[in-house]
Design a protein around this ligand. Structure first.
Ligand code: SF4
Length: 471
């Protein structure tokens, strides 16, 4: 068992983050001032923060300390601990000692990818990815005025539950009645808040779940409600997540087209039908192609397609094949996710960390996907990491030309306000902090996750948001 004693600081969270990368799930024993990892090597380390801000990690016979430029204390302690664990286990992580969900924020502080390699031990390909993406994110963020508002409309229902899913989403096969009542409550919330909004809307995202799980009538009604109550100018980017092809109908495509919506997501996750069916999705790769072609023929010219690398029941090479197939379809955006395990997913951590998909193979397969995408003219425009990717990788959105999604960038940036309608949504206000160019102070206002309670208390939710935004 690995034991890390904290000395001169109480940054348990940072220590746990680094330990998790090397030794599996850690445990924080705050009373004893240490973090342990039962799956780690039999070893005791002392992670010290000195008065002058430097950090040293001691093993029985060695002291690990970075000799170059000093970082802020939270990063210093992670860096010295990373140096120790990397040396002891002979492992290097793709993102070095960066553990946060937004490596592009760190990249913005640096003058070149080399700085990320040198100061944080980030591997060259990831350093280049973070550096280039950070600049593209900033370019896109400039298109979202600071005083504008981004809006999210959430429909937390799906036609069936994907085995790897961790979202709060109800399967309509058991909850059809709730879906109808939910849609009505959602319209009510939009109407209650809409007249109080005084700010221009820069981007609106209808997401889920799977919004197109609504029947044609309710789906059309929701779009009508959005467009007749919210002031959506021609400049406002509108995206509808039409995620699952088995929910997309002519009626829904026509309803979107009638409102001038041309940006949608059709998310196959993989183009291998056998995997799709085994993870619980009720459609095939052929359905994806059919719906994609239909949407293109109807004029939807800004389509995003998501892929997940590391899905169970398929080999890494099959993910690369899926990337090739999507490139052939030529959508404007392709987002490559790496499978990760969250608490609510049916899939076990062991499945996610399948021995056949060791860090090496998944890492190589993601790198190959990126290479194919870049060769096909796509460039990364936003990226983030998730806490428990297990494999330590990231999710990256690729775009052709200037088609990157404003909402994705603005929402992830934590620098633009987001008003969220629907159960489980998170509204946020972002305040500029003196001396901080890229990091804002964020205040959040959550909405009840439980669908039935949301339906019952929608007025209260609306009032809470009106107060939160000071409207
Ligand atoms: S479609 Fe998306 S939100 Fe719905 S169950 Fe699958 S992964 Fe979860």
């Amino acid at each position: 068992m690995l034991e890390v004693i904290l000395k001169g600081h109480d940054k348990f969270y940072g220590v746990s983050d680094v330990v998790r990368m090397f030794c599996g799930v850690p445990e924080e024993l705050k009373d004893e001032g240490k973090v342990i990892a039962p799956e780690g090597p039999d070893l005791r380390l002392i992670n010290e923060l000195l008065d002058d801000g430097r950090s040293v990690t001691y093993s029985d016979d060695k002291a690990y300390e970075y000799k170059g430029e000093l970082l802020e204390p939270g990063r210093e302690i992670k860096r010295s601990l990373y140096m120790a664990l990397s040396d002891i286990t002979s492992k290097k992580m793709p993102w070095g000692c960066l553990t946060g969900i937004r490596p592009t924020l760190v990249a913005l502080e640096e003058k070149s990818p080399d700085d990320l390699e040198e100061k944080y031990f980030v591997r060259p390909d990831k350093a280049k990815l973070a550096y280039e993406t950070s600049r593209e994110e900033q370019r896109i963020l400039q298109l979202v005025p600071e005083d504008s508002l981004c809006v999210y409309v959430g429909i937390p229902f799906c036609p069936s539950r994907c085995e790897y899913c961790s979202f709060v989403s109800s399967d309509i096969s058991c909850h059809m009645d709730r879906l109808i009542n939910y849609e009505a409550a959602l319209e009510r919330e939009i109407k209650l808040i809409a007249s109080s909004i005084r700010r221009p809307l820069a981007a609106l995202y209808v997401g889920g779940g799977t919004p197109t799980v609504l029947q044609d009538k309710e789906f059309t009604s929701l779009l009508n409600c959005i467009y007749s109550n919210l002031k959506i100018s021609p400049e406002c980017e509108v995206t509808v997540e039409a995620g699952r092809p088995d929910t997309i109908t002519d009626g829904k495509l026509e309803a979107m087209k009638d409102h001038g919506i041309t940006r949608i997501c059709i998310n196959p996750q993989t183009m291998r039908s056998e995997t799709l069916l085994r993870v619980g999705r009720k459609h095939t790769a052929e359905d994806v192609i059919r719906i994609y072609d239909q949407a293109c023929n109807m004029g939807f010219n800004l389509i995003n397609m998501d892929l997940i690398a590391g899905l169970p029941y398929e080999e890494p090479e099959e993910h690369i094949e899926s990337t090739r197939k999507l490139i052939e379809l030529n959508p404007a955006n392709i987002t490559v996710h790496t499978l990760y395990k969250k608490r609510r997913a049916a899939m076990s951590r062991e499945t996610v960390m399948d021995k056949n998909k060791t860090r090496g193979t998944l890492d190589e397969c993601v790198a190959e996907s990126y290479k194919l995408l870049e060769e096909a003219g796509y460039h990364p425009y936003y990226m983030y990491r998730q806490k428990d990717t297990g494999h330590g990788l990231e999710n990256t959105g690729f775009a052709k030309g200037n088609t990157g999604n404003l909402y994705n960038v603005a929402m992830m940036s934590d620098c633009r306000d987001v008003l969220s309608f629907g159960a489980g949504g998170m509204s946020k206000r972002c305040f500029i902090q003196e001396g901080e160019l890229y990091k804002h102070r964020v205040e959040r206002c959550p909405t009840i996750k439980d669908v039935l309670t949301y339906i019952e208390r929608v007025e209260e939710m609306a009032e809470k948001k009106i107060r939160f935004f000071g409207m």
